[in-house]
Design a protein around this ligand. Structure first.
Ligand code: ADP
Length: 257
């Protein structure tokens, strides 16, 4: 198998050429699990990657290819064996745990497959919780804008169990957006949802990029979900083997088949 990176159509032209600012940069990132040769797994193999501000990037690849490791490494959830990860000009790989925890809290929004909502709190309180825990002031105007964009206004007084799966995940996205993170990272955000709810959540991530200028990075195994992004990276054997601009299911299929 060739490890040469394939590109389809060049860089994603969502913004004018020349205005794409890298917000996440990986240089020579390698992640090895296990210390001895018989259990050693090279989950990421010397990855160089730029992810651009205000773009929606999706990450695809077969199970075990390294997608989650890539996402966790670029979001500072997982340490790397070698190489550097930089977000918004700050190098994560040189931070100690305490600094990294604060940096993550202030700069990265997370949406996981499980919604991770607090069942006893209503939607508004769930949305506000991370900011309250961090002692940060909530920008009411920004909150209104998110709630409007995500069409959650009629649901703010509902507890999670009174919301559909799609609504719960939309709430999780709202919570992640509230702190204006430099990067929103989503790990299989539609993995627990039916197709209608998946479409809702994907459209909302799309509108967070288009209307709120949010940078989004999403891991998915679903070709249709991946193609909502501006750019799809295909991971195989710990390497990025394709970088597809303006992906479609057909373009992705050509590379992943
Ligand atoms: P994907 O998200 O594409 O399914 P992962 O990033 O989870 O892939 O895994 C990449 C490789 O690293 C796989 O071979 C997996 O078994 C291995 N791996 C992931 N996490 C660990 C771990 N904590 N310990 C040992 N090996 C791991």
């Amino acid at each position: 198998m060739s490890t040469q990176m394939q590109t389809a159509g060049g860089p994603a032209p969502r913004h004018d050429a020349g205005t794409r600012n890298p917000i996440v940069q990986l240089r020579g990132v390698t992640k090895i699990y296990g210390r001895t040769d018989d259990v050693r797994v090279i989950a990421l193999d010397d990855v160089d990657l730029d992810i651009y501000e205000g773009e929606f990037t999706s990450i695809m690849g077969p199970s075990g290819s390294g997608k989650s490791t890539l996402l966790h490494s670029l979001a500072g959830l997982d340490s790397v064996t070698s190489g550097t990860v930089t977000i918004a000009g700050r190098e994560l790989t040189s931070m100690n745990d305490k600094v990294l925890t604060h940096f993550r809290r202030d700069n990265i929004g997370f949406v996981f497959q499980a919604f991770n909502l607090v069942p006893t709190l209503d939607a508004r309180a769930n949305m506000l919780l991370p900011m309250r825990l961090a002692g940060r002031t909530v920008d009411k105007h920004w909150m209104d804008q998110i709630v409007r964009t995500l069409q959650l206004h009629e649901r703010l007084n509902h507890k999670p169990h009174e919301l559909s799966g799609g609504q719960q995940q939309r709430l999780a996205v709202a919570r992640a957006l509230l702190s204006r993170p430099a990067v929103l990272v989503a790990d299989e955000p539609t993995g627990n949802l039916d197709s209608a709810s998946s479409a809702e959540v994907l459209n909302l991530l799309r509108s967070a990029v288009d209307h709120l200028g949010q940078t989004v990075i999403m891991v998915t195994h679903d070709v249709d979900a991946a193609s909502i992004a501006d750019r799809t990276l295909v991971v195989r054997d710990g390497r990025i083997v394709a970088d597809i601009a303006q992906p479609t299911p057909e373009k992705i299929g050509d590379v992943t088949r």
